[in-house]
Every structure is written in C-alpha cells, then in structure tokens.
Design a protein around this ligand. Sequence first.
Ligand code: SAH
Ligand code: SF4
Length: 434
Amino acid sequence: MNVYDSERMADVLRPLGYAPTDTPDGADFVILNTCHIREKAAEKVYSELGKLRQMKEEKAAAGQGGMTIAVAGCVAQAEGEEIMKRQPAVDLVVGPQAYHQLPELLTRTARARGERIGADFAPNEKFDALPATRGTEGVTAFLTVQEGCDKFCTFCVVPYTRGAEWSRPAAAVLDEARALADRGVREVTLLGQNVNAYDGEGPDGNPFTLAKLAYALADIPGIERIRYTTSHPNDMSDDLIAAHGDLDALMPYLHLPVQAGSDRILRLMNRKHGRQKYLDLIDRIRAARPDMALSGDFIVGFPGETDRDFEDTMDLVRRVNYASAFSFMYSPRPGTPAATMAAQVPDAVAKERLHALQALLTEQQVAFNRSLAGRVLPVLFEKKGRHGAQAIGRSPYLQSVHVEDADQLIGRIFPVEIVSGQQNSLSGRLTQTN
Ligand code: SAH
Ligand code: SF4
C-alpha cells in the first residue's frame, strides 16, 4: 500500500515539475513514506531522518540550495508532532489520507514550518483529487480499492492510523485500471487492508463485491491477471470463492492471514473466528480452485501465548501447507489493547518460536517450488534478468521465474516449462517462442 501511495505522490508532484530520483542526495524534495505496523519500522524513521538532515546540511553548505523534507504515511499520522520536535530538519508531515495536498503544503512550508496536515480527511477526497493518469511503468501495477479497517484486532495500529473502512466506487477503480492497461499493464493487484471487505458503489448505485469488481476488471482489454491483497478470513464471501473457480484472470494465489492457530490466542487477538473456521474455509477455497497457493501472516509471542498455543499454530501450518508466508514477533504498539495485556512473552521465547515457525514455513515453500518442476506454467514476463537475454517473469502462483533468451517477450504471457524450483524463485525454459 505504501508503494502505491508513493507512486501516487509522484503523480501529484509531477505537474509541479518534480521527477523521481534514484537517491536522496541532492534532491530538492525528499518524502519519507513510513510504516507504523511494528516498532522496528517506526524506529527506522528517526535514523533515516538523521541521515537526511546531514544531506540537507551538506547541500546547503555546498551552495546547492535547500532540501525540503517531508514525512508521510502512518508514522506521520501517529507521531507527527513528536517527529517535528525530535528532528528540526523535517519541514512537513502528512498523513496517509492527505498526501494529495502535497502541492499546497509545499507552498505553505515556504512561509511557515510545521503546519501539520493530518489524516482527518475522508479518503474519497484524496482519491478524487489524485490525477487520472499514473506514471506507472512496467507490466504489473498496484491499485488501491479499499482503505482502513474497523476490525480492531488487539495488536494492530491500522484502524488508528489509516482510519475507518472505506471502498472506492467501482467506476473510479475501473477507470484507473483502463488507464493502466493503456500504459501496458497486464496484471493488477488490488489493494486494501481488508480488500475482500470491498463494498464500493457499483454501476447501478448498489454496493459491488470484490468478486463483481474482479469480473468487471477481467473484461477490460489488456488486463489479463488479477490479484488482491490483504484478505480477512471473515470477509471471504461465497461469490469470491466461486469466482476463483471460474474466472481465469483471477490468479490461484491467496494471501489469507490467520495470525495464530490457537483458539485462545485468536480470541485474545479479537480475530472473530476460530482455527476450525479457518481450516474449513481453506477446504472450501481448495474445492473451488484445487491448485490454489496459499499464503499467510503469523504473529508469535502474542501476550499470554504458551508453548501449547504455539504448537497449535505449528499444527495449523502443517495442515494448511503454505506456498509462502510472513511471520513476525509480536511488537507492542502504543494505544492498542494488547500492549498493556499481562503476560507479555519474553523476547528470547518469542525468537525461538519465530525460528521454529520460519523453518517450517521455509520447508513448505521450498517443497512447493520444487513440486512445480516439470510443469508448464503461463509466465508473465516483467523485466530483463541480470545476464544476457534472460528475462524474469511471474508464475500464476506469484513466484519469480527466470528464463534464458526471453527478453523479447517482456510484457507478454508465455508458456514456460519449469526446470527447477529454488527457495525464492523458479527456473524455466520456453516451450514456444511465438
Ligand atoms: N489486514 C490484514 C493485516 C494488515 S497488517 C489482516 O488482518 O490480516 C500486516 C501484518 O502485520 C498482519 O497480518 C500481522 O501479521 C502483522 N502485524 C500487525 N500488527 C503487528 C504487531 N503489533 N506485531 C507484530 N506483527 C504485527
Ligand atoms: Fe489490523 Fe488486519 Fe486486524 Fe484490521 S483486520 S485490525 S488491519 S490485523
């Protein structure tokens, strides 16, 4: 979501004559787009700001003019005032629902430092104000369709930083997708904190589901692949599951976080479903789309988690058999209910659990990648590889696929015979070239 937002910030600033640079050295304007989800991400902001301050001073000392520094994203939203206090080099902070105001903020900051614009705006104002054309390059693109969250899992800051759940009208999403297709985009990944809770206004004024949106997107000439992330198990509706069975453009890869495998911990997390409901859901999804590759998010060391609870997580992972997954040590976030729960798990215990879980998840990922050897998969070629005429593409299951002598195919989908699977990618060869 931050990648999407950063691209859109560039779109907003382009008419003012700004163009993206590869490094911040010497830039006139630097925006640090930040994440507040875990403490580590938030802490990084201050160390990055220290480096930027030095660059700013060096640029001024060399007589090369000023450097305006902005902090955007969820850390700006949650800690804007503290950032201004702790790092005087920062000129402005802008929350995730207000970045469309960057041009205006830039002119204001010339007058007075510290006029803070927060996220006290509705997301529709932001999306209405964003330019219709995007500067996106490449054959895949993110497209935000839903923002915010009302679920209030007890560990999570998202409902506080991104605000309430809100979906963009289908017409706006479809227009943006058409513009992307015109620029050569073949695969769109629909984004939302709870993307499958999407209920934006449909063409007849009634709410559209994510499944309906997917069908409408698949009708756009040029859009050949559709993905979406992140989904919540409780919003995995029947029509979306059915769409996976009959809409070819909907890719057989689903990121469906469960966080933990113990009913007790799921309850403490306020996830509003138990382990069996998740396992049954996986069965129904696999019944609709037998080759569905599953991915998930896991938190270990949630307050009160015992060895027994953790074993339930390991057991759930063994039952589901994930194609890939993200796992994290619980990080207490200010203002969330879990941060003040008793029985915080010692770091050393959480670390040990994380290692065990990651070893199992890696084993499953490697096994899945290896199991594809010998299969012929449609690959969307995205970019040149590191050497010669190698090209890198994506399988339906989201793995990177390296193929020799394929750079002339970038932007197109071609059948590739998978030769081998490694931990993080596949190698393949073309079975036909025209
Ligand atoms: N809406 C998505 C998750 C968005 S946050 C969902 O409900 O599944 C992305 C991931 O960050 C979460 O799935 C969770 O695994 C992790 N996460 C969120 N808060 C965290 C915290 N306080 N500590 C550790 N991991 C956290
Ligand atoms: Fe955070 Fe996801 Fe829970 Fe919402 S549903 S509170 S975004 S973890």
